[in-house]
Design a protein around this ligand. Structure first.
Ligand code: SAM
Ligand code: GLN
Length: 277
């Protein structure tokens, strides 16, 4: 089979399956699986593709057709300019979380010690550690598989100012909590009863431990706030449906002022706690 034929077949399969942006998906697979780009297509369309390679490409197309998120099929996702390996042990990092990182970098570039609780693929920790090179970042997760992948992602990207700790919520930071100045987290925040209404691809492929926030979506925050000492700066991603619930939860928190920020889609998505002066 030559390149043009391969393109033709895969485009048809993707659009027949009703995949949105089928051209974008096809080009991503082209780049990711075959290491080819648009120019190769134009200049070398008649070039024969090795059968092993075309089979690998068609297998990837099949996986997308079956509904698997393209980032899992490719095996990586770009986050804040960093290429992160992603497997089904970790949530695929979202664009809103890049906005969270932007806020933190903007406000905390002079801080030294950070924590990323529930690091998943290592997205937030890697982005902070790379962009604030004089910092030390403690990255925790309750999932050992996630933590191993996060560690690998940091190493592959040449990022060495992160320490990885397996642990539960804020208590997972143990003795290190004292030295931490800034805590960042994108915890699981989907209400258990809403998990069924998530996009089928999310529900079927992404880890529930990364998404399930308990009955009202606030389990993680409740536990976190219970043990939060005074004097930290805290940047949390939140559900667009939970700003009110969280406002209530922090109303009796001593020593902190609270600000909610919207994401680019206009939803309340971030909660910032600052020590009161
Ligand atoms: N930080 C990554 C990101 O933004 O792409 C992953 C976020 S994902 C929504 C939440 C992560 O928190 C998952 O990796 C999950 O394993 C972890 N997690 C869930 N419950 C936790 C807990 N009690 N303590 C620590 N980590 C937890
Ligand atoms: N934004 C994710 C989703 O709904 C949820 C991530 C989370 O629970 N932190 O797909």
């Amino acid at each position: 089979m030559n390149l043009q034929e391969l393109i033709h077949i895969s485009k048809r399969k993707l659009s027949e399956a009703g995949i949105e942006n089928s051209r974008f998906v096809m080009m991503s697979l082209f780049r990711g699986v075959l290491s080819l780009n648009e120019a190769d297509l134009i200049l070398d369309g008649e070039k024969e593709i090795e059968s092993k390679l075309s089979a690998k490409y068609m297998k990837a197309v099949e996986r997308v057709v079956e509904g698997e998120p393209i980032d899992y099929v490719l095996g990586f996702r770009e986050f804040f300019g960093i290429r992160l390996e992603v497997t089904r042990s970790v949530l695929i990092p979202r664009n809103e979380t890049e906005e969270l990182v932007e806020i933190v970098i903007d406000e905390e570039k002079n801080s030294k010690v950070f924590a990323d609780i529930g690091t998943g693929s290592g997205a937030i920790a890697c982005a902070l550690a790379r962009n604030i090179p004089s910092s030390l970042v403690f990255a925790t997760d309750i999932s050992r598989d996630a933590l191993m992948l996060a560690e690998k992602n940091a190493r592959t990207n040449g990022i060495f100012n992160i320490r990885f700790i397996e642990g539960d919520n804020i208590s997972g930071l143990n003795d290190f909590l004292d030295s931490v100045e800034v805590i960042v987290s994108n915890p699981p925040y989907v209400r258990t009863g809403d998990l069924d209404s998530l996009d089928i691809n999310v529900r079927k492929y992404e880890p529930m431990v990364a998404l399930d926030g308990g009955k009202d979506g606030l389990d993680f925050y409740r536990e976190f706030l219970k043990y939060l000492p005074t004097g930290k700066k805290v940047y949390l991603e939140i559900s667009q449906y939970e700003a009110e619930g969280l406002r209530e939860l922090v109303s009796d928190l001593n020593g902190y002022s609270c600000e909610f920020k919207k994401d680019l889609s206009g939803n309340y998505r971030f909660m910032i706690l600052r020590p009161e002066v």
